[in-house]
Design a protein around this ligand. Sequence first.
Ligand code: FRU
Length: 319
Amino acid sequence: MIDRRTFGLALGSGVAGLALAGCSRPAGGAARWRLGFSQVTTTEPWRVLFSREMRETAAAHPDLQLTIADGQDRTEKQVADVEAFVRQRVDLILVSPKESAGLTGAVEAATAAGIPVIVLDRGVDTEAYRQFIGSDNLKIGRMAGDYAVGLLGGKGKAQGRIVEIWGGMASTPAQERHKGFAAAADAEPGLVRVMDRQDADWKQDRAYNIMASALKAHPKIDLVYAHNDPMAYGAYLAAMDAGRQGEIRFIGIDGIPTEGAKWVKDGALTATFVYEPPGAEAIEQALRILKGEAVPKRIELGTQVIDATTVDAFLAKHA
Ligand code: FRU
C-alpha cells in the first residue's frame, strides 16, 4: 500500500500539503483544517470588527474551523494561547500580538513545530513566520504628521504645541506611528512636542488622564496626535471637561465607521487615518497557505485620510 504521506512529499510541497491535510481530516465530514487565532483583546471596537470579519470570512469556507482565543490584553495569556494551539496541532496559527518582544518566542516555537504562522497588524522581532498582514504604520504616521503640519500653518511655517499620546510602546504600530509622525513634525522648527512619551496603551480612559495632566501643565496646546481614535477621543473629552476643546485639534488613527469616522463627522476629531482590520484577508491567505500555494511574506493593507472633506463619502460607503 502506498503511504500517502511519502507519496505526497515525493510529488512536491504543494501536493504534500494537500496529502497531509487529507490525513488529518477528522471523520464525519468535519472541517478539513483547524485554524487557531490568538487575538490580543476582544473588547476594543476595532478588535471586535477585526475578529468579526475573520469569523464571517471563515464561516463561508466549510473547509475551515476557526477558534479565536482572547488574550485578555495580557502577554502571558496570549503566549499560553499560542502554545495551546501548538499542542493541539492546529493546521495554522494566526496571531495579532500585544507586544513584539513578548510574543516572539511563541511565534518561533510554533514555526519550529512545523505550523505555519500568520502575524497580523502588530509585528514580532523575528522573521520566523510565514506571512505578515497589516498596514504601513510608518506611512500612516507620516501622513498624520504632514496633515498636522498643514493644519498648523503649512510646510516651513507651521507653529504650535503638540501633545502625542502613544499606544502600547512595546508594540510595532505605536513605534512606527511615532516615528513617521516625528519625521514630519520635527522638520518644522515652529512645532514643539510638549508631551511625547506618554503611553496610554491604546485606551480611551488612560488618554483622558494623560490629557487632563497635559491641560494643567500647558496653558496652550494646539494639537493632539493620538495613536488611535479611542485615545484621541479620550483626549477630546478631557479638553471638553476643561472647556478648551475649541482651541485644540485632535487627530487619531483607525477610522472605523462607528468610532473615528463618526467622531470626525461630529466634529470631535479633525481627522483620522483608516487602519484596515486584516481579518478577512487573513482567512484568504490562510487558505492559500493550507492549499500549498506560495504567498508573499508581507501583505500591505491600504489607508486613507478621513476628514471633513471625505467623511460623508466614507460613511455612505460603509453604512
Ligand atoms: C486595537 C488597537 C487599534 C490600533 C491597533 C494597533 O486594539 O489599539 O486601535 O490601531 O490596535 O495595533
